[in-house]
Design a protein around this ligand. Structure first.
Ligand SMILES: [Zn+2]
Length: 297
């Protein structure tokens, strides 16, 4: 487990990976199908995605387990397979990664504590099973990503903390409101989130998904302004998704994101990759910019 912190200290900036869902759709995943079931039924394709990111220059890749909590898998009546689907997800990325790092991806459940949809205990139990399976599959860290509710994230953090010394990254999604300020879906500010996460003992705070690379620069500046030393992960979407001729497309190509990536590095991010719509080509571009940046420091 120390490997993650050692690698971060040694390399200063880690390049992570890009989208998994977008790549799975390219390989034939259909809308309404459970992506995590592919770990069992189409493991060759899942491995190919992981390998493409490693080949593109990722220092740390994710796992195909974003929706792998038992609560989320219950939408497909697959909750009883949660342990094996997550463990397999971790094993596939582990094998593709070689000596590079793997972070086990965990997304929100889609249920809300506030409305009484689910209890904190149920959430903690669900996340605990997922974390356990990912660790058994060999991940080096846990990535809680695309969270929007501090209370749900707190349950996920508690689940991870059942396993001592596991490096924990917690990443939230923000949108700009009509005044141009960043807020999560539940109305929390970046400062609220940062303080809550620091109090909970998260190792790395993150921002991911959202409106694209350029749109997130001020957000990352804001976070860095509140804390000069906490490591920051940034994984934006390749712009906002648009539907063209029935297909979802993203406008931010690798060339488009280059200047924003440089801005993120100047602000002082520690892990950088992409979310929805980003591809191995985006990661190749980021790899080159990070290498140039580190060379010129
Ligand atoms: Zn996304």
């Amino acid at each position: 487990m120390k490997k993650f912190f050692e690698r971060l200290a040694e390399k200063k900036i880690l390049v992570s990976d890009g989208a998994w869902g977008t790549e799975l759709f390219k390989l034939g995943l259909r809308a309404g199908e459970c992506p995590e079931l592919w770990n069992e039924q189409n493991s060759t394709e899942v491995f190919a995605i992981a390998k493409k990111y490693i080949d593109a220059g990722s220092d740390i890749i994710s796992t195909n387990s974003f929706g792998g909590s038992p609560v989320k898998l219950s939408h497909y009546n697959l909750q009883s397979k949660a342990y094996e689907l997550n463990k397999t997800a971790a094993e596939i990325s582990r094998e593709a990664a070689g000596d590079k790092l793997v972070m086990g991806s965990i997304g929100p459940t889609g249920k809300f504590l506030m409305t009484g949809d689910i209890s904190a205990e149920e959430l903690i139990d669900s996340f605990t099973l997922q974390v356990n399976a990912l660790l058994d599959g060999g991940v080096d860290a846990i990535l809680l990503e695309t969270f929007y509710d501090i209370d749900e994230a707190e349950c996920a953090v508690k689940a991870v903390r059942n396993f001592p010394d596991v490096p924990l990254i917690c990443s939230f999604t923000y949108d700009r409101n009509s005044s141009g300020e960043y807020r999560t879906m539940m109305g929390s500010t970046p400062k609220d989130i940062l303080q809550a996460m620091i109090t909970l003992g998260v190792d790395v705070v993150g921002v991911n998904c959202g409106g694209g690379y350029n749109n997130m620069i001020d957000l990352v500046k804001e976070l860095r302004g509140f804390s000069h030393n906490i490591p920051i992960l940034v994984q934006p979407n390749a712009g906002l998704p648009e539907t063209v001729e029935g297909k979802i497309v993203y406008s931010e190509t690798p060339d488009v994101i280059a200047n924003s990536v440089k801005s993120f590095l100047s602000i002082g991010v520690n892990i950088i990759g992409g979310c929805c719509g980003t591809t191995p080509e985006h990661i190749r571009t980021i790899r080159k910019i990070v290498d140039d940046f580190l060379l010129n420091q």
